[in-house]
Design a protein around this ligand. Structure first.
Ligand SMILES: Cc1cc2nc3c(=O)[nH]c(=O)nc-3n(C[C@H](O)[C@H](O)[C@H](O)COP(=O)(O)OP(=O)(O)OC[C@H]3O[C@@H](n4cnc5c(N)ncnc54)[C@H](O)[C@@H]3O)c2cc1C
Length: 395
């Protein structure tokens, strides 16, 4: 794909760029051909359709933010929002997996890897030759990830890793994982290190696959480490990265919140678009249900909330592109957009009435998929902690 390089901007530009228009058209066409015909089948059987991601890789959508010198598309966050939103308007599962691949595993190596690590892994990830996973969460430590129990003990030039990560997107199919491991004392702020661990490394296996409410075509599994020997060269950032894993992970999640806000926007827009169409078509009492104020006002609320969520998401992207502090705004965008996704999907089911409660229409899937958005990459409650801390610090 030939792209125009994304330029950091000084203020939010409300016009869609040429790149964004091109991406939108390309994804619409891709979804019609490769996602829509099969997505309910994948949802039903919880199949993770690897071939779809390989095709998205060919289009440059698995390395959206990766510079062209490492085989990526070299886009910025505005284009990234468009990619995730447009895919998620059709299928949240594919949107979630594309988001996790781009911004977690790939994003972590891109932001904190050594030059050798970037050259080795980014071209494979950006083209989807390899699928990436990212492991922070553990069975007993989700919101409180800092207390993780997966440990890495030094043994000469190696670290022996033992423990388990849970809820990992692509935890089984992922060819490479970035994994946060405790290499110091519990609660030591410099006691966690990020390692790049390749599939096939002895002692690294996949555990249970989760049977989920929604996002069912996005693979979620445990990753298990039993005396897994990993060379110190696999520490993200090299030896200088020792002990910096938690701080790196928090930075990665700052950008990741823009991903989940975009995923949320896509789901909200998908539910809204379907609702507007249905409100015009479905007749009761001799007129379209959109003529009833009760239904029309739902559409007004949905549209207003989507616009507000989109503005917050673009504000976070604008800060990111200009390398400005974005902790508060990215948490606001993730918190608000995810709650809007749940509200819009819920209202969409209501607008569809009984038909909304069936699998014949898309809104029941939006309803199930939307709930992940208020949980993954930091729950709404945790976002409010982040926002309020920043407010009280005077930011
Ligand atoms: C589909 C899916 C994909 C995922 N993919 C990944 C992945 O690829 N990599 C990865 O590392 N993780 C992944 N996760 C994990 C996800 O990030 C965690 O589920 C999330 O951070 C919440 O952790 P938890 O589930 O342990 O909930 P808990 O932390 O146990 O929280 C339970 C409830 O308590 C609330 N709570 C917790 N602490 C506080 C507090 N201090 N104040 C107020 N309320 C609080 C929470 O908000 C929540 O409502 C994924 C999860 C899902 C469902």
């Amino acid at each position: 794909m030939t792209v125009n390089q994304s330029v950091p901007m000084n203020s939010i530009n409300f016009k869609t760029t040429e790149n964004q228009q091109m991406i939108t058209e390309m994804i619409k066409d891709f979804c019609e051909k490769h996602i829509k015909p099969k997505m309910m089948e994948w949802d039903e059987s919880q199949e993770f359709p690897v071939e779809v991601f390989k095709k998205l890789g060919e289009l440059g959508l698995m390395g959206v933010l990766v510079p062209t010198e490492y085989g990526g598309s070299g886009f910025g966050y505005f284009e990234y929002i468009t990619v995730i939103t447009e895919i998620s308007k059709v299928c949240g599962s594919i949107g979630l997996s594309v988001a996790a691949h781009n911004s977690l595993c790939t994003g972590h190596i891109l932001q904190f890897g050594t030059e050798e690590q970037k050259k080795k892994y980014l071209p494979k990830l950006a083209t989807a030759e390899w699928i990436g996973a990212w492991g922070l969460t553990e069975p007993n430590t989700g919101s409180d990830a800092f207390r993780m129990m997966t440990v890495g003990e030094k043994d000469g030039d190696y670290y022996i890793i033992n423990g388990a990560k849970s809820w990992i997107t692509h935890g089984k199919t992922g060819d490479v994982a970035v994994v946060m491991v405790r290499t110091g004392e519990l609660l030591d702020s410099n006691g966690i290190t990020g390692f790049i661990i390749e599939r096939g490394t002895p002692g690294f296996t996949a555990g249970r696959k989760e049977n989920k409410l929604g996002m069912r075509a996005s693979e979620t599994t445990e990753m298990i480490f039993e005396n897994c020997r990993v060379h110190k060269d696999q520490i993200i950032g090299g030896e200088e990265g020792l002990g910096k894993g938690f701080k790196q992970a928090m930075k990665v999640l700052e950008g990741g919140r823009i991903s989940i806000a975009s995923l949320s926007l896509g789901i909200a827009k998908g539910a809204y678009d379907a609702s507007v169409k249905y409100a015009k078509e479905r007749e009761q009492f001799g007129k379209p249900i959109g003529d009833f104020q009760a239904i029309a006002f739902k559409l007004a609320d949905m549209a207003t909330q989507i616009e507000a969520a989109e503005l917050l998401t673009y504000e976070a992207a604008d800060l990111k592109m200009n390398k400005l502090p974005l902790n508060k705004v990215s948490a606001m965008a993730k918190y608000y957009a995810s709650e809007v996704a749940v509200r819009c999907a819920t209202e969409a089911v209501q607008i569809f009435g009984g038909y909304g409660y069936t699998k014949d229409y898309p809104v029941e899937k939006f309803y199930r998929d939307s709930k992940l958005c208020t949980i993954g990459e930091g729950t709404s409650e945790i976002q409010k902690i982040v926002i309020s801390r920043e407010i009280l610090k005077g930011n």
